[in-house]
Design a protein around this ligand. Structure first.
Ligand code: 3MF
Ligand code: MG
Length: 344
C-alpha cells in the first residue's frame, strides 16, 4: 500500500505507529485472542498499512535486534520514529523504575535508559520517549513523594548528561509521556503540567533536551481537555512528540482509533497543530482490539489514518478569519456550530 501522507503539513508528513499497536489482543481479564506476531514480522505489516515511522520499546527491539530491524526498515521504506525503554513490563519494575524504593532497581532503570539512548541513536530515531508507567503508588505513604520527585529529577538529569556527553548536538531529544493512572492507582507525572514542572527542575544544561509526549487518551482519562494540554506544550516549546488515539470518556485506557469518539475536538486539534506549524511526526498509539481477527489486525491503523487525513484536510479549510471573528465577538456557541459545519 502507498504511504499515508499528511499534506500540506510542515516538517514530517508521514505517519508513525508503534509495533505494539499490533498485539495479540490481551487484556487484564484474558489472554491473547490472536496469534502473537513476532515483533520484527510486524515491520512489513506497518509498512503495508501506509506507516512511515515506526516506534518500539527496548523489550520489543533490543540492541541485539537493532541491525536486523534496520535492514527490515530499509527494505520496507520505514524509518525509526521513536524508541523507548519499557519501565513497566519487567517484574523488576513492579514498584517503579526511577522512583523505586530499592536503589538497585533505580540503578537497573538508569542502565536500561542509557542503553536505550544508544539504541535510539543506532536505529536513527530522533526522539526517545519515557513513559514511566510504574512510577507512582497504590497505597498512601508507600513512597515519600518528595524523594520520588527528586529521584526522577536525578534519573532524567543522568540520562540527559549521558546523551549530551556522548552525542552532543546529535543527541536524541527526550519526550516524557504523562498518564494519570493505570497501571498505578496514582501516577507521578500524571499530566502535562507535572511534566513541565519536572522539566523546569532539571539541570539547565539538559533542559533543552527534554519535552513532552502528550497522548489523547491519557488526558481524556483524567477528564482533561487534550487540546489545551497540547497547546500548553506548544506554548512551552515542549511539544516533542505526539500520541494520537481516542478514549471513550474517563475510564481505563482504551487506545481507540484516532478520530473516533470526539471528532470535533480532534478537528480543533488539527487546526491548532496547523496554526502552530508543528513539524513533528503525527504518531498513533492505538491498540488492535481483542475482537479483531488476525487478518484485520491493521484495521485500527487504516481507520485512524483515514480519520486523520480527513480531519487534517477539513482543518485546513476552517476559515481562520471566521474563527477570529467568533472569538472577538465572544460568540462561542456559534463557533461550535461553525466547527460542526466544517466537520459534517
Ligand atoms: C501507555 C502508553 C505506552 C507508551 C509507550 C511509550 C504502550 O498507556 O501509552 O504505550 O506510549 O510505552 O511511549
Ligand atoms: Mg502512548
Amino acid at each position: 500500500m502507498q504511504k499515508i501522507i499528511i499534506a500540506p503539513k510542515k516538517g514530517k508528513q508521514g505517519i508513525g505507529a508503534g509495533v505494539w499497536n499490533l498485539g495479540a489482543g490481551r487484556d487484564p481479564f484474558g489472554g491473547p485472542t490472536r496469534e502473537e506476531i513476532p515483533v520484527l514480522d510486524r515491520i512489513p505489516l506497518l509498512a503495508d498499512a501506509g506507516i512511515t515511522y515506526i516506534e518500539a520499546h527496548d523489550v520489543e527491539i533490543s540492541a541485539r535486534d537493532a541491525p536486523r530491524a534496520k535492514e527490515l526498515m530499509k527494505r520496507h521504506g520505514l524509518k525509526m520514529g521513536m524508541y523507548t525503554p519499557s519501565f513497566f513490563a519487567d517484574p523488576i519494575f513492579k514498584d517503579g523504575a526511577m522512583t523505586s524504593n530499592d536503589s538497585q532497581v533505580r540503578k537497573h532503570a538508569l542502565h536500561n535508559a542509557l542503553n536505550a539512548v544508544d539504541v535510539t541513536v543506532a536505529l536513527g530515531a530522533e526522539i526517545m520517549v519515557f513513559w514511566n508507567g510504574r512510577e507512582g503508588f497504590d497505597f498512601v505513604l508507600a513512597k515519600n513523594g518528595q524523594d520520588s520527585f527528586r529521584r526522577m529529577v536525578e534519573g532524567f538529569n543522568a540520562v540527559g548528561h549521558y546523551a549530551l556527553g556522548k552525542y552532543g548536538r546529535k543527541s536524541p531529544r527526550f519526550a516524557i509521556e504523562p498518564k494519570p493512572n493505570e497501571p498505578r492507582a496514582n501516577m507521578y507525572l500524571s499530566n502535562v503540567g507535572e511534566v513541565l514542572y519536572l522539566i523546569s527542575r532539571l539541570d539547565k544544561a539538559v533542559q533543552p533536551l527534554f519535552g513532552v509526549n502528550p497522548e489523547t487518551a491519557h488526558s481524556r482519562m483524567a477528564g482533561l481537555d487534550y487540546l489545551w494540554d497540547v497547546e500548553l506544550c506548544l506554548e512551552a516549546g515542549k511539544l516533542f512528540h505526539i500520541h494520537l488515539n481516542s478514549q471513550d470518556t474517563t475510564r481505563y485506557d482504551q487506545d481507540l482509533p484516532f478520530g473516533y469518539v470526539e471528532p470535533l475536538k480532534d478537528l480543533a486539534l488539527c487546526v491548532a497543530l496547523q496554526d502552530a506549524k508543528w513539524e513533528g511526526i503525527l504518531a498513533f498509539d492505538v491498540k488492535a482490539p481483542r475482537t479483531d481477527r488476525q487478518e484485520d489486525i491493521a484495521d485500527i491503523l487504516h481507520t485512524s489514518a483515514a480519520n486523520l487525513q480527513r480531519l487534517w484536510a477539513k482543518a485546513a479549510r476552517v476559515d481562520r478569519k471566521k474563527v477570529a471573528g467568533f472569538r472577538a465577538t465572544q460568540r462561542y456557541t456559534a463557533l461550535a456550530g461553525y466547527l460542526a459545519k466544517c466537520l459534517y
